[in-house]
Design a protein around this ligand. Structure first.
Ligand code: UN1
Length: 508
């Protein structure tokens, strides 16, 4: 497989040139860190050059960002919503071009690249509505002539550290909410997707500039672990939202907690689809295909474990293997491709190591299992028959590798679903009401996302997104996730002349 090096028209449309400065600091593009090349995962050829942030850039940016928060938080929330509305409109105008960039630099197929940008647009819409609903409550006081109320105030600066697999949508989940809540944002994107970081920041920066607002309200850095570590340690950042592996997330959490900062973690998943014997097989096959092969298995919501009832085991498996053999693998920007490359050469090596481990632990490869010789990071979509108790099944192998296992009862399926350290997403296929309600009930799936008759991935933004256990416990995007981006002030106001004390205490 080889790809000719092409000129990508859409890069210009989103403000990317051959050489790019990777920091948006106090409203100015600059950078004094190392120079890196971002590469196309489909052929490992350089796309463009980026100068990353140095710690000096970080300090300059953070100082301005911290000051800008004081101004931004005094702007009424619905007016902040208006700015986020404009960001949504600016993204709408570029959804196609930005989607291409995501696809080019990350390696996901174009419909998923465009879908990722759409996810931020959806978040903007959600956040605009939210900007008029940051409601507190009024609580009856036990004391005469007293009033108790809850007032939600901004935190100040929200730090957002995102991963390569969703190089901009996860920024959107956090930034849209953080901004309407009155916080300024400091963002570090993944080191291997700097162009998406730059293009996305240019969109936001353009809106801030047009409205004569300080660019420092949205501060962004391309860079590596040193900038991430600086964010985790920075006492000016009361909330750090981190997306990545459980291992790195734990260390970020410990660093942030040590200074009494708060963390919002979205870490590894190890998501199962449970198929009962009354399931509609074609619905299952389509769902598993999207859940296990979509984004080349590099979503945190990717289905990694397929639990099949013994009565339909053979039938589903045969159908899946047949469908897997027809998957079109190739250039993610090309129409019709279903499986693009893994993101980096290292991910490809990781896939190979994983396959070796699978074999050594008794896994039987039913289809796939090899890398595809090419300049890029292509691997075969893989189905493995393996015991639920194998060590490798407990890990998140970030590749299109699906473990299949058999069960006899619903109870056993739930036990297997819950038997891994991670707890992000899960799904059951059945039409039986008692199974559906048990699945979503207290003794059902222990995950943050508990689906029925749909894949484990592809969540809408309206719900709170995140998971339990080693997934980190965070909830981002919709529902009431916004509360994490604000601090709650419980206010008791005495408008009388006396001083009655709570609990009836007489203190004189
Ligand atoms: C991620 O993989 O980090 O539910 C996020 C989904 C997407 C988001 C995935 N909306 O698959």
């Amino acid at each position: 497989m080889s790809f000719a090096k092409r000129e990508y028209e859409f890069l210009r449309e989103v403000g990317i040139g051959p050489k790019n400065l990777g920091c948006y600091v106090n409203g100015v593009w600059k950078a004094s860190g190392p120079t890196v090349y971002t590469v196309n995962p489909a052929n490992n050829q350089a796309i463009a050059e980026v100068v990353e942030a140095s710690i000096r850039d970080y300090e300059e940016g953070m100082r301005a960002c911290y000051e800008a928060a004081k101004l931004w938080m005094q702007i009424p929330a619905p007016k902040r919503g208006e700015i986020v509305r404009q960001i949504g409109d600016a993204l709408r105008a570029k959804v196609y071009h930005l989607g291409h960039l995501v696809s080019l630099e990350m390696g996901k197929i174009l419909p998923e690249g465009i879908g990722e940008v759409q996810e931020i647009i959806d978040m903007c819409d959600f956040a605009v509505g939210l900007s008029r609903q940051l409601n507190g409550s009024v609580i009856p006081s036990e004391r005469p002539n007293h009033m108790m109320l809850e007032k939600w105030n901004p935190l100040g600066v929200v730090g957002v550290i995102t991963a390569f697999n969703f190089p901009c949508a996860v920024l959107g989940w956090n930034a849209c909410i953080a901004l309407v809540c009155g916080n300024s944002v400091v963002w570090k994107g993944a080191p291997t997707t700097p162009l998406v970081t730059i293009a996305m920041t240019k969109i936001v920066a353009g809106v801030l500039e047009k409205n004569n607002l300080p660019g420092a309200i949205f501060t962004a850095f391309c860079g590596g672990a040193d900038i991430g570590q600086a964010i985790a340690m920075d006492t000016r950042i009361p909330l750090v939202s981190f997306t990545g592996s459980s291992k790195v997330g734990l260390s970020v959490q410990q660093t942030v907690n040590k200074r009494f900062g708060k963390c919002l973690l979205e870490l590894s998943g190890n998501n199962a689809i449970v198929v009962m014997d009354d399931a509609e097989i074609e619905l299952v096959v389509r769902s598993v295909l999207f859940a296990a092969v979509g984004t080349a298995g590099q979503r945190c919501t990717t289905c990694r474990r397929l639990l099949l009832h013994e009565n339909i085991y053979q039938k589903v498996l045969e159908r899946l293997v047949e469908v897997y053999k027809q998957i079109k693998i190739g250039d993610p920007l090309e129409k019709g491709t279903l499986l693009g490359p893994l993101h980096t050469h290292a991910s490809r090596e990781n896939f190979e190591k994983g396959i070796q481990k699978i074999k050594s632990e008794g896994g039987k490869i039913l289809t796939g299992g090899s890398v595809i010789p090419s300049e890029g990071n292509f691997v075969q979509p893989t189905i493995v028959e393996i015991s639920a108790s194998a060590d490798i099944v407990k890990e998140e192998l970030f590749a299109p590798v699906l473990y299949v296992m058999k069960f006899q009862t619903f109870k056993e399926a739930v036990e297997i679903n819950n038997s891994v350290p991670q707890g992000l997403s899960s799904s059951i296929f059945t039409r039986k009401p008692e199974l559906i309600f048990n699945w979503i009930g207290p003794l059902g799936s222990d995950c943050g996302i508990v689906n029925v008759n749909i894949p484990t991935n592809g969540a809408e933004i309206g719900g709170a997104f995140g998971g339990e256990k080693a997934t980190g416990g965070g909830r981002e995007a919709g529902s009431d996730s916004w509360k994490q981006y604000m601090r709650r002030s419980t206010c008791t106001i005495n408008y009388g002349a006396e001083l009655p004390l709570a609990q009836g205490i007489n203190f004189c």
